[in-house]
Design a protein around this ligand. Structure first.
Ligand code: ATP
Length: 229
């Protein structure tokens, strides 16, 4: 099986704070890979390093067995924080602006709106959207350019139960279409419902990583990590 991402001994210090300590794992192509851990365990730092927003203090990683490059990162769609959409513009107009900023054409806008189930509301102003719809529009924006890999930081954070269910369903559908999804979460229940693979972090250390069927059956590990979640 091809690995989309392989981390080798990634370590990150912020001054004297060790946010990640010698973390190594691989993300197989086509999986939904959860990075699970409580607040402060290093999830966002991990995603920031992978996306070249942060430099590791030590260690390295590869994309598709190659050194990370600008060309490779174009194949990755990221949702690290909610993008700044214009409240007074429609969803469609907002995606046109996003496409222009990303240097992508407009031809995919209708299809990405369909994928996130917002096509029927494409002419509605962004301000009329629920939080869940806003998050789905953010995911639509990530899908412009048809990336192979999607990186989401806590994609259901702050949403109501309906919004959460819709985002989880959408993530599973995207994986069925062949995307690889890497998502940070502090919810064990979410990882169980959505992810095929998981890496569990605790205060910057990797507790374990692998297929959820192998990792989450280990009651000791689940108990140790769930106590902090
Ligand atoms: P959360 O869910 O709260 O965002 P997280 O699992 O994503 O947590 P990180 O945000 O990566 O964890 O933080 C890991 C550790 O690094 C924490 O101890 C945090 O306080 C620290 N940290 C994160 N960013 C910085 C920074 N810019 N400067 C100093 N320390 C930082």
């Amino acid at each position: 099986m091809v690995n989309v991402l392989t981390l080798n001994g990634i370590t990150k210090y912020y001054g004297r704070i060790c946010a990640l300590n010698n973390v190594s794992f691989s993300v197989p192509q086509g999986c939904v890979f959860g990075i699970l851990g409580p607040n402060g365990s290093g999830k966002t730092t991990m995603l920031g390093i992978v996306m070249d927003i942060l430099k590791p203090s030590a260690g390295s990683f590869t994309f598709m067995d190659q050194a990370p490059s600008a060309a490779m990162r174009k194949r990755i769609g990221t949702l690290l924080e909610t993008p700044n959409f214009y409240h007074y513009l429609s969803a469609e107009r907002n995606l046109r602006i996003a496409a222009e900023i990303k240097g992508k054409g407009f031809e995919q806008i209708d299809s990405v709106l369909q994928k996130v189930n917002l096509y029927h509301r494409k002419t509605s102003k962004f301000s009329t959207y629920s939080l869940g719809m806003k998050q789905r529009l953010a995911i639509a924006s990530c899908l412009l350019g048809d990336p192979d890999v999607l990186v989401f930081d806590e994609p259901t954070n702050g949403l109501d139960p309906v919004g959460i269910a819709e985002i989880r369903e959408l993530i599973k559908n995207l994986a069925t279409e062949g995307k690889t999804i890497i998502m940070a979460s502090h919810l064990l229940d979410e990882v169980e419902k959505v992810c095929t693979h998981v890496a569990i972090l605790k205060t910057g250390n990797l507790i374990t990583a692998g297929h959820v069927d192998d990792v989450l059956v280990n009651e000791d590990i689940v108990e140790v990590s769930a106590a902090d979640l």
